[in-house]
Every structure is written in C-alpha cells, then in structure tokens.
Design a protein around this ligand. Sequence first.
Ligand code: HPA
Length: 241
Amino acid sequence: MSVKNNVPTPHIEAGPGEIAGTILLPGDPLRAKFIAGEYLSDVHQFNSVRNMLGFTGTYEGKRISVMGTGMGCPSIGIYSYELIHFYGVKNLIRVGTAGSISPEVKVRDLVFGMGACTTSNFPALMDLPGVFAPVCSFDLLRRGVDKAEQLGLRYAVGNILTSDMFYGPAEGPEATQKWASMGVLAIEMEAAALYTNAAFGGANALTVLTVSDHLLTGETTSSEERRSSFTDMMKVALSLA
Ligand code: HPA
C-alpha cells in the first residue's frame, strides 16, 4: 500500500510523520485525551478538527497514537481510511464498550472481536462479488489474548455485531436473540467498518471491548466498574504498541 502524501486531510490536520504506526481508537475523543494524559509521555496533539482529538506519545519507550473515531461505521470509516491511506498507519486498535448478548460473557469482561457481523451496509459498499467477512488481524489478536492471559483477566474471543442502530428494532430482543443463536457475543457499532478498511488498505486491525451492559439480563456497570475494566482493556491495548 503506497501512502499518498496529500496531508492534511479534510478531517485530520496532522502533517506527515505526526501519527505513529500504531494507533488506539476509542469512540469518544475525550477518552483519547484521557488515554494520552494518563498513559503516554512526551504527548503531542495532532488533531482538533471537529474536536476529534488525536495525540501521539510514547508508551514504555514505543511511539503510539490515540484518536477518537466518533460513533458508527461512517465515522470510523472516514478516520480509519485517512489514517491508513494518507498517514501510513499500520496497526489500528479500537478500544470501546459493548453490550453482551451471551450468557457466558458478563459485564466487565473483555471481548476481542475476531469477526464482525453487521447490520451496516459498509462492507457491502466494497462492491465485491459476494459477502465480505470482516475479521481482525490474527497477529494483534494473538498478542492481545496473550496479554489478557498474562494479566489473568476474564475475556472472550469471537464474533461480535457491529450495529447501525442503538435504539430500535435492530437492538430489540427478537433481533438480539437471532444473533445470539449464531454465537455472536456482543454488540458495538464500529468494528465491521474498521476491519473492512484495514483489509482494503493492507493494514492490521483489532477491536477490544469491555462489556458495559448486558442486553439479556439488563445488568449495567457502575462508573467505578467501568473505570477498572477500562484500565484492564488499556493494559491489553497499550501492550500492542
Ligand atoms: N449496542 C451498541 N453499542 C453498544 C452497546 C449496545 O447495546 N453497548 C455499548 N455499546
């Protein structure tokens, strides 16, 4: 994949070389700012266009970037495309939250999205002569799982659903049950577009999620629980720098 040097882009104001080869991608730009402030040293902000904050710093001596993506496939589709094609980013790791639809996957557990089913039309827009299966990078997955094992964390690896609808019938009990019956573990809103763009651009992608709520039991997490499972997820994601 050749990198076009027409930067800045319409959505990212960084110059050439300002973004590291590995980037963490939370949905919320303020989460990106928090990650940079809490975990990285020598931090430099490279983006504020649309308040989609992006930072580059170092973690345990390795250069790494972090940037918000916004919510949904179109938003992460734009940012991941520009990061891959215009900034030469090679490893894109989404860090986010998901709703579990599996009895085995509890709130606070980590979920590695090995494959991403979707209700979004995003992968279909690649205009392939069949149905594309968005999958993560095996290398990033293996390294992430090794780290989770090493830290003794509860985690699951499998298929997730990238939904285009947070409220409405596509998130209702009937639809959720159908996905669960196919072994899908949890629902989020971005992985399928990220994996599709990574495949198209010859980059590596992974989605690591913490389960913030359980769609079968109605269980949710307190802010303290969310904070500690977020910290666990960050230890895994940052180890991929
Ligand atoms: N649906 C979609 N995305 C989510 C959810 C959900 O229930 N929970 C956290 N992110």
